[in-house]
Ligand binder design. Structure first.
Ligand SMILES: C[S@@+](CC[C@H](N)C(=O)[O-])C[C@H]1O[C@@H](n2cnc3c(N)ncnc32)[C@H](O)[C@@H]1O
Length: 430
């Protein structure tokens, strides 16, 4: 005889057993308190079996505006743990005053953005040449920033702050050219600062964490931290962990790095992903872009590093292909502001996306152009790309000094609000 499964709710004899019942209770509570309105929705209720309560999210369009907690044994609302009714009321008015997300989506859907850009490789500094791209013309950014070398003699940056400021400028421009709600994916890893003599120890700079802070300040929403895991032997060359391996003293332990981050963000406002699927006027594209079986299911991706004698720091084509498949549609435009020898551009072309690759070095540009030309001969669809040399384009002095000042102040601990004050009223002693 088939075994009959008894749910925890039944075993414990809860009075409130199902998600539907929890939703109904939430709605009646809101009706009784004169808060309910047609636009409101109860999200998916969750049961907490440890503390035996149901949590019902209250949703207005895309906004979470509070939650109600009900005791699973008694069905009573737990006012202490639930969101305050006055607060829910206030949030409803605020959301409605700003126009509902549905109304905003409708507006947006009418103008579904299809980028006019064609394939291009641009020579020049990203922070400057990105200014030549139209606003909202890119569907996905995937990049790996230049390495920060802590040793001044090898670094093109005066200081780490200087490096972060350069990254901030590129990130800001990327946000401008990215279509609202689309993805920005960045591959980065911590930098090892080797010791300079025997009495010093090596240290590390957590570059990805600082980039994260900048991305948030610049108007991106954090989505995922994917770990690119390399095979075991890959990090040994860094020298980290060797001393410990020989001496085995506690506190000398250092983990050998075999991972890098692939950090995933979206440009705010994060309009519903559904808009990009449902409102695309070419539904064929949606079908062609479906991701086949065998996709990565967790945030740990095992990929071997790639090497190319023409560039010291490329990322593997497999990594670029996964990111492009998961975060863009066929025919989308993929931008790599630090294009190198064009790994992102080649992966984009292979997957029937368009590309825009920006790079300062002539040598790397040449490698990318030659690979793309060869690739073009093997692609089914007709394939063409332009090359623009914008190397002579000059930086905008006023812009640099204002940005530099803002950057310095942000790092000194001023908040966005204080910076706004400073912009309006000038700088006074803090
Ligand atoms: C980590 S590499 C990227 C390699 C690339 N992912 C590939 O697979 O070929 C960073 C690249 O950024 C380039 N670069 C550095 N500063 C730049 C800037 N301001 N604008 C454009 N490219 C820059 C460097 O020359 C280098 O090729």
């Amino acid at each position: 005889m088939a075994e009959i499964k008894i749910s925890t709710a039944e075993k414990r004899n809860y009075k409130l057993r199902t998600a539907n019942e929890a939703k109904k209770l939430a709605k009646s509570f809101l009706v009784e308190n004169d808060v309910w309105r047609e636009e409101l929705r109860c999200g998916l209720p969750e049961i907490n079996d440890r503390y035996h309560y149901w949590k019902v999210p209250i949703v207005l369009d895309d906004h979470d505006i509070g939650e109600l907690i009900f005791d699973a044994y008694t069905q009573a609302v737990d006012l202490r743990r639930s969101s305050d009714v006055q607060m829910i009321r206030g949030r409803i008015s605020r959301v409605l005053a700003g126009g509902t997300a549905r109304q905003k989506r409708k507006k947006k859907a009418k103008g579904f953005t299809v980028s006019p850009l064609s394939n291009v490789i641009i020579k020049g500094r990203s922070e400057i040449v990105l200014k030549t791209l139209p606003e909202q013309s890119i569907d996905l950014v995937f990049t790996s920033p230049p390495y920060f070398n802590a040793r001044k003699q090898y670094s093109e940056y005066e200081s780490y702050d200087d490096y972060l400021f350069a990254m901030r400028r590129v990130i800001r421009e990327c946000r401008r050219v990215l279509i609202d709600g689309k993805f920005f994916v960045i591959n980065a890893s911590h930098v090892l600062v080797p010791r300079t003599d025997r009495n010093e120890s090596s240290s590390r700079i957590a570059v990805p964490f600082d980039l994260h802070q900048i991305l948030i300040e610049e108007g991106f929403e954090f989505v995922d931290d994917i770990i690119w895991q390399k095979p075991e032997g890959a990090g040994w060359a860094s020298g980290r962990g060797r001393r410990f391996s020989a001496d085995r003293n506690p506190m000398q332990y250092k983990a050998v790095p075999v991972t890098e981050y692939v950090l995933v963000y979206r440009k705010k406002p994060c309009i519903l992903i559904d808009h990009f699927i449902r409102d695309n006027p070419d539904q064929e594209i949606i079908q062609q872009s479906k991701i086949p079986d065998g996709y990565e299911k967790t945030n740990v991706w095992y990929i071997s590093p790639a090497h190319d004698k023409r560039h010291p720091a490329i990322f593997p084509p497999e990594l670029a292909e996964k990111v492009i498949r998961y975060y863009s549609f066929v025919n989308d435009v993929v931008l790599d502001p630090f294009g190198g020898i064009g790994t992102t551009a080649k992966a984009a072309a292979k997957l029937n996306r368009r590309f825009c690759s920006i790079e300062v070095s002539d040598e790397y540009i040449e490698a990318a152009r030659s690979d793309l030309a060869k690739l073009g001969n093997n692609l089914v669809a007709p394939f063409d790309f332009a090359y623009r040399d914008l190397h002579e384009m000059k930086d905008d002095e006023a812009n640099i000094s204002l940005n530099a000042l803002l950057h310095k102040l942000l790092r000194e601990g001023y908040t966005q609000e204080e910076l706004y004050e400073i912009l309006v009223n000038g700088l006074h002693e803090k």
